[in-house]
Write a protein that binds this ligand. Sequence first.
Ligand code: DP6
Length: 386
Amino acid sequence: MPENDKQGLSVVTCTAPVNIAVIKYWGKRDEDLILPINSSLSVTLHQDQLKTTTTVACSRNFQQDRIWLNGKEEDINNPRLQSCLQEIRRFSRKRRNTGDSTSDASSVSHKVHICSVNNFPTAAGLASSASGYACLVYTLSQLFGVESEQLSAVARQGSGSACRSLYGGFVQWKLGTQLDGKDSLAEQVESESYWPELRVLILVVSAEQKSVGSTSGMHTSVETSQLLKYRADVVVPSRMEEMIRVIRERDFPAFGELTMKDSNQFHAICLDTYPPIFYLNNMSHRIISLVHRYNQYYGETRVAYTFDAGPNAVIYTLQDHLPEFVQVVRHFFPPEVNGEEFVKGLTVCSADLSEELKRDINMEPTPKGIRYIISTKVCVHAMSTS
Ligand code: DP6
């Protein structure tokens, strides 16, 4: 509920999580409405480690809408921001006209001031548009009294992947078939408590800004990659069904294998794009090798990687295997710093590595190849904090 003072100032603060796709969204069939070419599925990460916090104030004394991101004022006329603001105000008026809304009737015509901050460094190269737009749309909806069923379609128009951050746990974004996009919505597959043993590590390898943003990268892929069409028509429909099944069965080896194959296919499409896009670097390739050698040693998939539009790896594993794998990472990427400076977030117990395991992995260590690790798990949806 908005805080409301006598000056007619209403203020709401909310938070929203980051999500990491295990079936990737890559390509739009409608760039204005942000309608995808394929369905996608993601895992929502814990907000203690990665979240956006947004405060929106609205007042009859404000002259214009304004926005600050991480303390710096940004252009409010950004078309995607404008789409979100217009859509929320439209839904709010519609609800008021039907007499369903309890919020202050005049506030929807007032201007807003928006402040948004991330609890993770933007320089880490982790996607912030998903949590950012999910948080913006959710906070505006709390201020203006918009129903939660409408939010997926609005957040999607800020950034496609943002619609998935409105939900916790395991979330699918169905591509839909309607031209107006009304059925292209995110929905929860299973809640955050469904698979409590699942753990997530983010291996931060580079602070550099990504060379090609997701929006322009996927545009070029749609124009030039034949593999993208094959993926959308043939691969993803059955892969979505299978992914949902293996999550419901909590079948980690199958979940891990599908996750890695989907990440690899997404990066294959990037190479098939003309001119090609390279998101992975040498360190990403080394992490991929390490994960396969580790799994091979045990003869089963215990750890899985996935990469978005950048070189950082996101690792999924089960709690039981976490301490040993983190120790493997420390051994093959000896860090510059140790302790909590290297592994941030949820505590990871220490573990010993057998000489046999180190020998079988058989890789030359790369000192300082990984800057730090964020240890986290699956979590809940966007929520109000005041
Ligand atoms: C590789 O949602 O950032 O992370 O809709 O243009 O804002 P826009 O793109 P965005 O793309 C995310 C791409 C991805 C895969 C994924 O999250 O599914």
